[in-house]
Design a binder for this molecule. Structure first.
Ligand code: ZN
Length: 251
């Protein structure tokens, strides 16, 4: 499927938006929700046409029209993965296979959508500790998703730990590896292609930390959106039996 827009990129930032309603600390960090923190940063770019969608809206805000009109999805979920209807997962999955992009954030690794696209458990180790510090090391210098990362690493002072083994298929590209205070390491920036669609997984973003106010993190999400936009050449594909003589009929 071709891009829904030839010039602007139509972005849908999807968020389950539950932690903010239950945990005052999260609500304080993200008074309008994590999706708005991300979306408002993306809206500073005039070529990005950004909308948000959340779990408790009808059809989770992902109606057929919204999904068909989305070039790139940004996805954050954690405590309510199971509440996302299979029908909606299928709808977004098919849109990604047809050429849309997906930027999957943090605990989105366990979403139905990401696991469906990966075909593995996507399980990992984790720990929440106030002394945890994350260093993200660049392993793919010059990659467009890392534009703006000026050093060979960047540091997030407080984050949740995710550790290997991370049960994902071998990434097409490994952009970042994190190291943590506790000693673990993790593949924090990974890309894949599925069908005509492009997928970027980006690790940081635990809800009790101000990670989505971090300019470097927001810049990488923005870069990921641009990288994952549909290819202009993504043609509609047909399948099934073909009868001899179809070439002559086209003449
Ligand atoms: Zn987390």
């Amino acid at each position: 499927m071709a891009a829904a827009s030839n010039t602007r990129i139509n972005v849908t930032v999807w968020h389950e938006f539950r932690h903010e309603k239950k945990n005052p600390k999260v609500a304080e960090l993200y008074p309008n929700g994590m999706h708005e923190a991300i979306a408002s940063a993306l809206r500073k770019s005039p070529d990005l046409n950004v909308r948000t969608a959340t779990l408790d809206e009808p059809e989770h805000g992902l109606t057929k029209a919204v999904v068909a009109g989305t070039d790139v999805f940004v996805w954050w979920g954690h405590m309510a993965h199971k509440d996302v209807a299979d029908e909606i997962v299928e709808r977004v999955y098919q849109r990604v296979i047809a050429g849309a992009g997906l930027v999957c954030l943090h605990s989105g690794h366990f979403s139905k959508l990401f696991r469906r696209l990966m075909g593995t458990t996507c399980d990992l180790k984790w720990r929440e500790d106030p002394n945890e510090r994350e260093i993200l090391w660049v392993t793919k210098s010059g990659h467009p998703i890392l534009a703006g990362v000026v050093d060979d690493h960047f540091i997030i002072d407080h984050e949740e730990m995710y550790g290997e083994y991370f049960d994902i298929p071998e990434p097409d590209e490994l952009l970042l590896i994190s190291s943590f205070t506790g000693g673990e390491v993790f593949r924090s920036g990974c890309t894949w292609r599925r069908g005509a669609g492009k997928i970027f997984y980006f690790r940081p973003g635990h809800e009790t930390y101000p990670t989505y106010h971090n300019p470097t993190v927001l810049k990488i999400i923005e870069n990921g959106v641009r990288w994952a936009r549909p290819e202009a050449s993504a043609a509609k594909q047909t399948f099934g039996n073909r009868l001899m003589g179809w070439v002559d009929q086209k003449k």
